[in-house]
Design a protein around this ligand. Structure first.
Ligand code: SF4
Length: 212
């Protein structure tokens, strides 16, 4: 059984699949407490579902693109089985993870979007850098940047782990904390090879809206 906070159909708001219709499976629980968290309601609330029940629910939307998100999906070990069975059932599967738990056992058909937590998240110590070695070329590493310090830290990490050769890199701002134009200017000044992104859903709906 897996504890599920919500299953809903919306537009993919981030990453290289941005703008595509997608079914989201939000799993309950998170092992982190980021300062800017916008999904605290997923820390404890949820209902128990079997893998079969989740797939049945996902099928109702008639959409082949599914994302597991949270909270932190990997807190519940059965999420690995869920991803495998979704991929076996023909779904294109995406996982959003905080980068604080091992990703090595995730089915290789799953596209991973993994955070590396920046200093202003308050969760710097939780980054599992050994995960970087498990990333595939078409996975994505996401830096959520709330200050100049976060930006410089992210730049250093990209260099230290030669991330440009390993995977896709996403930069976004902490919503309401850093102006997008500031981050974009820094990226251009330094000619960084990263993809700047805005969380699309926060512009389509109210930033605090749930189920979108
Ligand atoms: S990892 Fe995500 S869900 Fe967990 S506290 Fe951080 S922002 Fe919130």
């Amino acid at each position: 059984m897996l504890k599920i906070n919500e299953i809903y159909y919306s537009i993919q708001g981030e990453g290289s699949k941005v703008g595509l219709p997608c079914v989201f499976v939000r799993l309950t629980f998170c092992n982190l407490r980021c300062t800017y968290c916008d999904t605290e309601y997923a820390f404890y609330e949820g209902k128990d579902f079997s893998i079969e029940e989740i797939i049945q629910e996902v099928r109702k939307y008639n959409c082949s693109f599914v994302e597991l998100t949270g909270g932190e999906p990997l807190v519940q070990e059965e999420s690995l089985g869920l991803m495998k069975q979704l991929a076996d059932s023909g779904f294109e599967v995406l996982l959003e993870t905080s980068g604080s738990l091992p990703i090595k056992n995730i089915d290789l058909r799953v596209k991973i979007i993994m955070d590396l937590k920046t200093p202003s998240s308050g969760m710097l110590k939780k980054n599992m850098y050994e995960n970087i070695g498990c990333l595939k070329k078409n996975d994505e590493v996401k830096f959520v940047i709330g200050s100049r310090e976060d930006y410089l830290w992210s730049k250093d990490i990209i260099e230290k782990y030669t991330l440009n050769n390993k995977t896709e890199i996403l930069f976004s701002v902490v919503f309401g904390k850093l102006l997008p134009v500031e981050l974009v200017n820094w990226i251009l000044e330094d000619k960084l090879n990263v993809r700047f992104q805005l969380q699309l859903h926060k512009f389509i709906w109210k930033p605090e809206e749930r189920g979108v």
